[in-house]
Write a new protein. Structure first.
Length: 64
């Protein structure tokens, strides 16, 4: 998938590491909450599936 420094949302210039940091710091549990915090996937939407996968992975890690 993506390395930490790869841009996931090019329009917002957010890397995988940036997105993970927001998810963890703000205890994000939904795609909508992540959009509210970062504006991710609000311009073209091509990154939605990748963002959702990153969010799901992070939520799954909390449950371990």
């Amino acid at each position: 998938m993506f390395d930490d420094n790869d841009f996931v949302c090019r329009h917002m210039q957010l890397t995988k590491a940036d997105i993970i940091k927001v998810i963890r710091d703000k205890n994000i549990t939904s795609f909508e909450d992540l959009q509210d915090e970062t504006d991710v996937a609000t311009i073209c939407g091509s990154c939605v599936a990748d963002i959702e996968e990153i969010l799901e992975d992070e939520i799954a890690k909390r449950e371990l």
